[in-house]
Design a protein around this ligand. Structure first.
Ligand code: HSE
Length: 333
């Protein structure tokens, strides 16, 4: 049995969902892959719990649920005040998992890679601003740097582009990459106003903690940037043209519907050009997704048009991408 030591950063909704999957599917992973996971540290904004022998995830989840922060857990575990940078250097782990919203996490991703640790993340800004630097460092150190859950949650569009279609040249990607805006637009179609629709999306855990990034198209812009990096070449979010749905009126939404169309926030990714903007798409188009779905139509020279469609948000759906990467990294190590 191969034992893999994991160091988890972020114990909010996604961190908890990942922990639940590791806890509940441990036997499945042992039997299917011959891998056993030992979570040696968990960090939230209150501190870092570190136990080289492995943390009891069941207890960690109970503490977090009952007290809202890990630092309340002082009976059996030491709580350290490491910065993430110190933690990735200090803590002996094979794989660092970043499920935080830390915009500056790229610095400690780099530090972890330089320590020879694999890095797995669902955090978009590090990739949207520092893709080239991070992937180059991972290559140089020959360690995995995996980020499936940054785009379309667990729906494996990154794997598809990074590990398959290797002989194809991608020509273009048209995609709906943000679930919150789809949710709001479709609720507007049935007469709900913007604010009420947004509140519903937040209650469902689809919208980001600060939903302005969803509404303004920034979240979709980050994801489209990452798709360009993987399908074509590295770019940064600063090079992307983004217009969100803040100015879309209920009237426009209803008029589109009357024409047999629907308004969706569409990302278009071509070599050297990434745009995100609201567009009318025919109801029969694969981009006319509903609820928390995302879709991407990938056009390549050999295969023609390929459609990948599935959950693009949600907690267990995001955990699916993160855990898949954890297993992928573990099999490589
Ligand atoms: N807030 C995101 C969305 C969730 O609405 O798609 C996952 O990135």
């Amino acid at each position: 049995m191969k034992e893999i030591k994991l160091s988890l950063f972020g114990f909010g909704n996604v961190g908890k969902a990942v922990s639940r999957v590791l806890l509940e599917k441990g036997v499945f992973f042992r039997e299917k892959y011959g891998v056993e996971f030992k979570v040696v540290s968990i960090a939230d904004t209150s501190g870092v719990v570190w136990l080289p022998e492995g943390i009891d995830l069941r207890e960690a989840l109970i503490i977090r649920e009952n007290f809202g922060k890990l630092s309340a857990w002082t009976n059996d575990y030491e709580v350290y005040n490491f910065t993430p940078d110190e933690a990735v250097r200090e803590i002996d782990a094979d794989v660092v998992i970043d499920v935080t919203n830390d915009r500056n996490a790229w610095r400690w991703h780099l530090a972890a890679l330089r320590e020879g640790k694999g890095v797995i993340t669902s955090n978009k800004p590090p990739l949207a601003f520092h893709y080239a630097e991070l992937t180059k460092e991972a290559e140089r150190r020959d360690v995995p740097y995996l980020f499936e859950a940054t785009v379309m949650a667990g729906t494996p569009v990154i794997g598809l582009l990074r590990e398959n279609l290797l002989g194809d040249a991608v020509e273009r990607i048209d995609a709906v990459l943000n679930a919150t805006t789809t949710f709001i637009l479709s609720r507007m179609e049935v007469g709900l106003n913007f604010e009420d629709a947004l509140r519903e999306a937040q209650a469902l855990g689809i919208a980001e903690r600060d939903p302005s990034g969803d509404i303004l198209g920034i979240d979709a812009g980050y994801k489209a940037t990452i798709l360009h990096c993987v399908a074509f070449s590295p770019v940064t979010f600063d090079e992307v043209r983004v217009r969100g749905i803040a100015e879309v009126t209920p009237d426009e939404v209803r008029r589109a519907r009357a024409k047999g169309k629907t308004v969706r926030l569409v990302a278009t990714v071509e070599r050297g050009e990434v745009t995100v903007e609201p567009k009318e798409v025919p109801l029969e188009s694969p981009l006319a997704v509903g609820s928390h779905e995302n879709a991407a139509v990938i056009k390549t020279d050999l295969l023609g048009e390929l459609l990948i469609k599935g959950a693009g948000a949600g907690l267990k759906e995001t955990a699916s991408g993160v855990v898949s990467d954890i297993i992928k990294a573990s099999l490589r190590l």
